[in-house]
Design a protein. Structure first.
Length: 375
């Protein structure tokens, strides 16, 4: 039987993803692998892959020693590839062996030394496939704390939610819980003012349910055309919508980085939500503004449409952002929808708008507890 034991380590020298840190936090004493699986809520293959990383980082010991890992094929049917640093792959395999594939990558960029982004790809069985990207903000490394807390809170809430609960309600409540955790943690020294954007997608029963706070984005590529299915909650987006700013003036605007709300910045907020009826072959893409600020939508469209794999799309898009200065962290999560996850195939003449429903719009000044939830 494998026994996993925690070790003393220097936190500043450890580089772990939010999910790896979540698993490490469960190792409070010697425990068997199956106990760690039960505590983490992940499948055994995922936990074993993470344990390998923890051993490499010197945060845990394993007895007996692990056998050398076999090479992973993250884009094969039934596999969910996750890369938190370009040189550190971790494969998450769906227990149900669905064919929908997902892949994520985060990069610190060229100008910064600290990555405040976090992401999560989690197969939740009957609850669906969860995709999350968070972009942290705050001084003294607090941004990375906020984003890690948010992805943990959202995934833990969705994993524990009743299967029969409405998917949109589950996702909104998960983001609300993330806000509560970040607000509570922000009272600690060095964390005042920390917060994070959130864009989350829950794929269930042929639909993609979105939840958004801030300016991280979600797109869908369908039939070669790219559509943004979230709406930036920024001052610039508000000015553009009201016709008070010309599109060509956005780049030079001093307001381009002003986010109107973020998780952890206030006790309550309004989680914007949409529902997209999926079609076979749709490609979803979630990203932090480290991508959207440097790579145009038509360029994202071209890379997604031409890339042979989800991993290649992530790699190429991050390289493009870095080549243009790399002044921000950049994080991307992509997913390819197969027929089993789609509501149906695209119908002749069907427009994109016919498959997209706004469940909860974001409007400046609208109370956070106002929940229209109307189609």
């Amino acid at each position: 039987m494998m026994t996993i034991r925690p070790k003393a380590y220097d936190l500043k020298q450890v580089r772990l993803s939010a999910q790896e840190g979540f698993v490490l936090s469960r190792v409070v004493g010697p425990m068997a692998l199956h106990e760690l699986v039960d505590l983490s809520g992940l499948d055994e293959a995922s936990v074993l892959a993470i344990v390998r990383r923890l051993v490499d980082e010197g945060t845990v010991d394993v007895d007996p020693p692990l056998e050398p890992a076999e090479s992973a094929e993250p884009d094969e049917p039934g596999a969910f590839g996750v890369i938190d640093e370009p040189a550190t792959p971790v494969s998450l395999v769906s227990p149900a062996k669905q064919k929908m594939a997902a892949f994520g990558m985060s990069d610190v960029g060229v100008a910064r030394t600290n990555n405040e982004d976090a992401f999560r790809i989690a197969e939740m069985g009957a609850r669906g496939l969860l995709l999350v990207v968070c972009d942290g903000m705050g001084g003294e490394n607090a941004g990375e704390v906020a984003s890690a807390l948010a992805v943990d809170a959202i995934s833990e809430h969705v994993a524990a939610a009743p299967v029969a609960e409405d998917a949109a309600d589950t996702l909104r409540a998960a983001v609300d819980e993330a806000n509560e955790r970040v607000v509570a943690a922000a009272v600690e020294p060095g964390r005042k003012g920390m917060g994070t954007t959130v864009v989350a997608v829950l794929v269930r029963d042929g639909h993609a349910y979105t939840a958004e706070v801030g300016d991280s984005r979600a797109y869908v590529l369908r039939g070669g055309a790219l559509m943004q299915i979230t709406k930036d909650q920024t001052y610039v987006a508000l000015l553009l919508e009201q016709g008070l700013l010309a599109p060509e003036a956005v780049k030079g605007s001093v307001a381009k980085n002003v986010v109107l709300q973020a998780v952890g910045k206030a006790p309550s907020m309004l989680v914007a939500q949409r529902r997209l009826a999926l079609r076979s072959g749709d490609r979803l893409l979630l990203c932090s503004d480290g991508l959207s600020s440097y790579v145009k939508d038509d360029e994202i469209q071209g890379v997604l449409a031409k890339s042979a794999s989800l991993e290649q799309a992530c790699t190429d898009l991050i390289a493009m952002a870095n080549a243009r200065g790399g002044h921000d962290n950049v994080t991307i999560v992509t997913a390819l929808v197969d027929a089993a996850r789609a509501e149906k195939d695209s119908a002749p003449g069907e427009t994109f708008d016919e498959t997209l429903t706004t469940l909860r719009p974001y409007a400046v000044g609208e109370p956070a507890d106002d929940d229209p939830h109307a189609d």
